[in-house]
Design a protein around this ligand. Structure first.
Ligand code: SF4
Length: 639
């Protein structure tokens, strides 16, 4: 066994950034004491290597596994790149980044079918059991110990996929075979938040939660992810597929009646509403009505279905797998229908002239997922640039570990002279104030920003409605007048089309006048995408990005009021909106030397200032409602 290691054995660079060494020491000590940690530090401070070099000594000494959770491929690749730098003749770290089945599958018939994740899982299992997937068969029959010797150093998912392509192995299952050798795995939140996936992964890693150090990157996403994994959805299209399965197989007629009933119900509901909407329903009454109309005891029929399944041959069970999922949805519904921690609704979405409907069970309590994870891991390190520690530990229970909790708030690495942060008075996107006069005034203020900015500007609006209203009120002409290109984000844009849009926008940043990116807060371009240097010089947050007060938002506020001592509005409504604004506001300042202007274009930000990220808040200046108020402050900033 290795002993007496320190972060210096793993830190791969010649020098530390300001404060970095002290932070590493604090994390290393806290991990040894099995404490949970929250590190709040703006981007550009080297959080990944800080966390890795701090936890590796304890992981090596106590033979612990490290599970590093990331949301995007870019973040996962960053972890593997740092591990490659740490890898040495003394510490031959085996680290792997993993992706989901849809990204690791090589089987064209499955990929071309454009299946939902659930259907893809079922089809894959069908193909494997019938020995019809050549990649799985080849892996199963031809893999050799030599294959695994290629993976004795840090490798990202793409390298693993390339290797498997050459060998014609299924990358998804190849990963599973080599996991038990890995000391560090990099994967998405689902792998640890979903209890059944977590169980499988820990088994494959040949370990238990108590022997794992979990690192959560960009942990401000934890609350959303934790509630998502406990939420369930039953779509009309899924029910129609169930019906097709039932037509092919022998199950008693009550199951077809059951599915027909649900299809008719959802179709009727969908036809009665012309726009996207969620309609609250009483889950208990819903069940009672359904039982009465069908003259059956739903719970008993679901239990019987389980018994039928056990009697069927494996092939039939696979063919009827959707019915099994349907049964689980209703067993879940029955189990949760009296819990105040869940919200039940019909959810209708109107997209591109197409309407879809689903029955949704929405989880409201994130701690059901986070507390068991945070309590049982050896230590859990939460990394973020924007989270408010009080809100985070309240909503997740990070501080409720018996061995303790450590909060580390790093100083901003950015210099004041490189940040201009302004809150603009005299404008607001409050619903009652959204008039052409107000939009014209907002556009005048936006024009001042555009005029003073050397290259790229981004305008992240509170909603697509505000984005459209700005265009209708003449924003496009103003942008053209100043010789900048306009790049508009659209709600239904495909990932690849959006990537082209963002690449073009960044390229315009290298041209003489630059461009304006028009998007929304909380969208894919205002979070997760970095715009260092001239990729974005100024960002405007047009309005406070509150979500619509839908029945679901209302249910969350009410539940939080009960669960968190009347703090529902703050925790469930105001803070998430400010988080979206903070995320968007941080986009132009990603590296220590970046210089950027952050404009909060709504006077209501003044009273919400305490929820703006620390490193921005300390630079904030309030701009009174006057002509050229912005110009006066921005002119000369980039000279
Ligand atoms: S076994 Fe692998 S390659 Fe084959 S369908 Fe499943 S995921 Fe795809």
């Amino acid at each position: 066994m290795v002993t007496n290691l320190s972060y210096m054995d793993f830190f791969p660079y010649h020098s530390f950034r300001p404060e970095q060494q002290e932070i590493i020491r604090e994390i290393e000590l806290s991990v040894r004491l099995k404490k949970n940690i929250l590190l709040v530090s703006p981007s550009g401070a080297g959080k990944t290597v800080t966390a890795l070099s701090a936890i590796l000594p304890q992981a090596y000494e106590s033979e612990l596994k490290i599970i590093y959770l990331c949301r995007t491929h870019t973040q996962s690749d960053r972890v593997i790149n740092e591990l490659k730098k740490i890898y040495s003749s003394k510490f031959k770290i085996i680290g792997l980044s993993l992706r989901g089945r849809s990204e690791m599958c090589l089987n064209f018939s499955l990929l071309n079918s454009k299946l939902t994740p659930m259907d893809a899982m079922l089809t894959c299992s069908d193909l494997r059991i019938n020995e019809s997937c050549k990649y799985f068969n080849k892996l199963h029959n031809s893999r050799t110990p030599e294959d695994f010797s290629h993976f004795t150093s840090p490798r990202d998912a793409q390298e693993l996929i390339e290797y498997c392509k050459e060998k014609e192995y299924c990358p998804y299952y190849f990963c599973k075979y080599i996991l038990n050798k890995a000391q560090i795995i990099v994967c998405n939140f689902q792998w640890m938040f979903n209890p059944s996936i977590r169980f499988q992964i820990l088994n494959l890693l040949a370990t238990c939660l108590e022997d794992c150090i979990v690192v959560i990157d960009e942990c401000h996403n934890v609350v959303d992810m934790a509630t998502k994994v406990r939420s369930h959805k039953l779509t009309l299209s899924f029910l129609e597929s169930c019906l097709q399965d039932l037509e092919k197989n022998i199950l008693p007629s009550q199951y077809s009646r059951f599915v027909h009933y649900l299809i008719d119900l959802l179709k009727n509901k969908c036809n009665r509403h012309a726009t996207s909407i969620s309609i609250k329903l009483d889950p208990f009454n819903f069940l009672t009505n359904m039982s009465q109309c069908l003259e059956m005891n739903i719970a008993t029929e679901l239990d019987r279905l389980d018994i039928y399944f056990q009697k069927f041959p494996i092939k039939t069970r696979i063919e009827l797998n959707r019915m099994r999922i349907l049964a689980r949805f209703w067993q879940n519904w029955i189990e949760k229908c009296k819990s105040e921690r869940y919200f039940f609704c019909y959810h209708i979405i109107q997209k591109n002239n197409e309407k879809t409907i689903s029955l949704d069970v929405v989880a409201l309590e994130p701690r059901e997922v986070t507390i068991p994870l945070f309590r049982h891991t050896h230590a859990c390190i939460n990394l973020t640039g924007t989270v408010n520690p009080y809100i985070y530990k309240t909503l997740t229970g990070l501080d409720r570990k018996y061995s303790g909790y450590k909060e580390i708030i790093a100083n901003s690495p950015f210099q004041s002279k490189n940040i201009k942060a302004l809150i603009i008075e005299g404008v607001s996107t409050k619903l009652k104030k959204r008039t052409p006069i107000m939009y014209n005034k907002m556009i005048q203020k936006i024009e001042e920003v555009i005029e003073c900015t050397p290259a790229n500007v981004a305008i992240f609006c509170a909603s697509y409605e505000i984005l459209r209203d700005l265009i209708l009120n003449g924003l496009e002409e103003i942008i053209k007048k100043h010789g900048k290109k306009l790049c508009i984000e659209e709600p239904e844009m495909s990932g690849s089309k959006n990537a082209v849009l963002i690449q073009n926008y960044k390229n315009y940043g290298k041209s003489r006048n630059g461009a304006v990116l028009l998007g929304v807060c909380g969208g894919r371009n205002s979070e997760g995408e970095d715009y260092p240097g001239n990729d974005m010089n100024s960002v405007i947050i047009a309005g406070i990005p509150y979500h619509l007060l839908t029945p679901q938002a209302d249910a969350r506020i009410n539940y939080y009021n009960k669960a968190f001592f009347d703090q529902g509005w703050l925790l469930g409504y105001l803070y998430p909106a400010m988080q979206r604004a903070n995320q968007a506001a941080g986009r132009p300042i990603r590296k220590v030397k970046d210089k950027g202007a952050i404009i909060f274009l709504d006077s209501r930000f003044k009273s919400k200032k305490k929820w703006i990220s620390d490193w921005i808040r300390k630079e904030i200046e309030i701009v009174p409602d006057e002509i050229n108020g912005i110009t006066k402050r921005l002119k000369g900033f980039w000279l």
